[in-house]
Write a protein that binds this ligand. Sequence first.
Ligand SMILES: *[C@@H]1O[C@H](CO)[C@@H](O)[C@H](O)[C@H]1NC(C)=O
Ligand SMILES: *[C@@H]1O[C@H](CO)[C@@H](O)[C@H](O)[C@H]1NC(C)=O
Ligand SMILES: *[C@@H]1O[C@H](CO)[C@@H](O)[C@H](O)[C@H]1NC(C)=O
Ligand SMILES: *[C@@H]1O[C@H](CO)[C@@H](O)[C@H](O)[C@H]1NC(C)=O
Length: 551
Amino acid sequence: MASALGLLFISCITLSVVYGNSQIDDVKKYPDPSPQTRGSPWPAPKQMTISETQLTVDQATFKFEFSETEVCSILEEAFVRYFKIIFGSYSTSLKFSSWKTLRSNIGSRSRYSGTVSALQVVSPCIDNIYPSLTSDESYTLEISEKGVATLKASEVWGALRGLETFSQLIYQDGLGTFVLNATSIEDAPRFQHRGLLLDTSRHFLSLDVLKENLDVMSQNKLNVFHWHIVDDQAFPYESSTFPDMSMKGAYNAFTHVYTQENVKEIIEYARLRGIRVIPEFDSPGHTMSWGKAIANLLTKCYSGGKPSGDVGPVNPAFNTTYTFLQNFFQEISTVFPDHYVHLGGDEVSFDCWKSNPDITAFMENMGYGKDYAKLEEYYMEKLLNIVSGLKKAYIIWQEVIDNGAKVAADTVIEVWKGGYQKEMSKVTALGYKTILSSPWYVNYISYGSDWMNYYSAEPLDFNGTKAQKDLVMGGEACIWGEFVDGTNLLSRLWPRASAVAERLWSPASFNDTKLATPRIDEHRCRLVRRGYPAEPLNGPSFCGHEYVYHQ
Ligand SMILES: *[C@@H]1O[C@H](CO)[C@@H](O)[C@H](O)[C@H]1NC(C)=O
Ligand SMILES: *[C@@H]1O[C@H](CO)[C@@H](O)[C@H](O)[C@H]1NC(C)=O
Ligand SMILES: *[C@@H]1O[C@H](CO)[C@@H](O)[C@H](O)[C@H]1NC(C)=O
Ligand SMILES: *[C@@H]1O[C@H](CO)[C@@H](O)[C@H](O)[C@H]1NC(C)=O
């Protein structure tokens, strides 16, 4: 079937070259036989009415028009970006210039009702603002049958989302003309927190790769970059207060670090795309790389009554630990503008703590008996107090709660383990806000169309009251870095994370993988056409514009 369609495609092009000068005015003789939808936005808008009226968009005359006399950098840069995204370099490629000649010869425009010559954008636009959990990303987009196109938003973030949708409505017909259908859209996200976790500790990711990924995130309407920036293996964050941490803890202190300038650059790049940057400094576990520079921060493990030479999690028994944390997070709270910091708290092994005599003495002093979860709670509480003292809110992994710790009421719990329905019930019954990532560990790859599993996971599918469900802020796709670096990040992630993006943006009723298949296929081809190495998801297929390797 697929190869038969492929043949048809090729023979049509041949035909049109041979008969290009004849008076053929029916473009239907040159169908694009691809199995994908055409001009269907991903993620799907909340409400959309598409008419059968088709309009053209002309690269030579089209422009974005802004309602105010002064435009802020967010929209100014977005207009330049979206012009390129819509018309891309492929429009002038050899293939398309020959199609252009064909078009003028056969007068393909006759079937279209008119031309969209501008998109009027009506939105506030202020510089120096950052997106936040409460950003309003809603917008309306109208393309009338007469070709008048208007995008309206009450915050600039909504305008950004609407520009993305507008760019996705436009497609090329079988002869390369840019076309869109008259459409009416009212859109707003279902969840406010739609994140993606990248791990820059197990493998370093260059600024270019991080930026490219931020571009694709915005093209999927994801709005939180959860930056798992350091871990056991490496500490690439170049701290201004503790420069030794990356000096001693990074894979390479000069080439494998994020300087203060780099971090600023990423935050700004993300801001211009309506994306929040939430850094994660995970402790008390996952901190081997921290200990290389900070003396006595990590617990010395004992064996047979003597230090074994190994170290374990951060040592909660020493006061110096909290002095360090105060100074370190003081810096973090000023470097990262978002209101939230992720403080980790996952996978703390108690074995080393159990072996250490200072900790045993501390446990006795505190009356904790043998309950090491109490010790973890003590540590987390002190850490959370330090960070809330710095006027930040925090996200932590679910173990902190699973171990019975009581944390401040405004703590956000990220659920990542299997059996998430039970955990979501439990966490929300305790009154905590939560984000879900368990079903969306996209680093676990498998053969076949695994995106369907991501797509089918429903964050509100747990037993709980309406008040409990209201505590679900959203979710995150996670791609951990053990087997991922700049060579395969984008292709492994996209468009698999797009499945998560639609789950978190679109109404819950978009849950049919059969209906989603031709749409996500179009979206993948759209990403490929835009220059990203997004993988095929659904077996044999082809894109109108195949991937062109670029540097
Ligand atoms: C756009 O218009 C064309 C031509 O009338 C129609 O075939 C197509 O189904 C429309 N697209 C959508 C998504 O409805
Ligand atoms: C550690 O801090 C606590 C509380 O501030 C204090 O009571 C204790 O004496 C300090 N311990 C040391 C060894 O300084
Ligand atoms: C909800 O509770 C019922 C009854 O205890 C149970 O049968 C069902 O599996 C639960 N559903 C989920 C999604 O956990
Ligand atoms: C999909 O959505 C429909 C409409 O909201 C709902 O009735 C149905 O139960 C959902 N199916 C699944 C598998 O969640």
